[in-house]
Design a protein around this ligand. Structure first.
Ligand SMILES: C[S@@+](CC[C@H](N)C(=O)[O-])C[C@H]1O[C@@H](n2cnc3c(N)ncnc32)[C@H](O)[C@@H]1O
Length: 231
């Protein structure tokens, strides 16, 4: 007789506190790459995963990539929306985070459920190569900390590996440009202004919706983009 299945437990407060501790330590060490003071909230994470639910063909499995997976706050939400056959690439540069993600694939209730279809890649996302194809890309990269050239290279990469009709969802924080205008050195303010113009250019070309998420620290907005079926 098959052993009765243990019901999945949601990740506990302990594990969330551990994730937040690791995230904050890395944010202090490498703020430019980490780009946030805390992991994304569940509200933000589930909105970022929305195109795993809104599928053109409910029977076709999806290939999904999350760029900048950090401590797995969004990865968990993506895992909870995955259906049979869906696969997920988690891409992250920071080895402290990729080590943690590998542990979550064993220990986290949502990620362990789909662990045989999840791969962790320790590298910059643009090193994933031209031969991959994705239906959904969720990006947590801190564009506000990057140069305009870096943002352009990443956006071009995303759109080169997205399938026609595929979706890209990414987020930023509300009012960072306005705050930087007051407190940041002028060169840093100008760098961020230039990189935000590149983001705007892509949103103007492919955007299908923007939503604010106030239940996050700090409050955020999400942009959803779609690669045209015929480009
Ligand atoms: C704002 S954090 C987001 C973490 C997580 N997705 C969340 O929402 O809590 C950005 C993450 O992107 C990673 N990162 C920065 N540049 C990257 C790159 N070029 N390729 C892959 N990951 C990168 C950082 O190490 C960091 O973990």
């Amino acid at each position: 007789m098959a052993a009765p299945q243990k019901p999945l437990q949601p990740a506990g407060l302990d594990s969330h506190l551990r994730d937040a501790g690791l995230f904050i330590r890395q944010a202090i060490r490498t703020f430019r790459a980490t780009g946030a003071v805390a992991p994304s909230s569940p509200a933000l994470a589930h909105r970022l995963a929305r195109f795993l639910d809104e599928r053109d063909d409910p029977d076709a499995p999806l290939t999904v990539m999350e760029a900048g997976a950090g401590t797995g706050a969004v990865s968990r939400a993506i895992a909870s929306h995955m259906r049979p056959g869906d696969t997920l690439d988690l891409v992250e540069t920071n080895p402290e985070f990729t080590g943690h993600l590998a542990e979550l694939l064993v220990a986290d209730p949502e990620l362990s459920r789909v662990a045989d279809r999840v791969t962790v890649h320790q590298m910059p996302v643009t090193n994933m190569g031209p031969d991959r194809r994705y239906d959904v890309i969720v990006s947590g990269l801190p564009f506000a900390n990057f140069t305009a050239e870096e943002v352009r290279e990443i956006m071009e990469y995303y759109f080169s590996v997205l399938r026609p009709g595929g979706h890209l969802s990414f987020f930023g924080y509300l009012y960072t440009k306005e705050v930087k205008a007051v407190i940041a050195p002028r060169a840093d303010y100008l760098r961020q202004a230039r990189s935000s113009w590149v983001v705007e250019e892509w949103v103007n070309r492919y955007g299908i919706g923007t939503e604010p998420v106030l239940a996050n620290l700090p409050p955020a907005w999400i942009h959803h983009l779609r690669k045209p079926a015929e480009d």
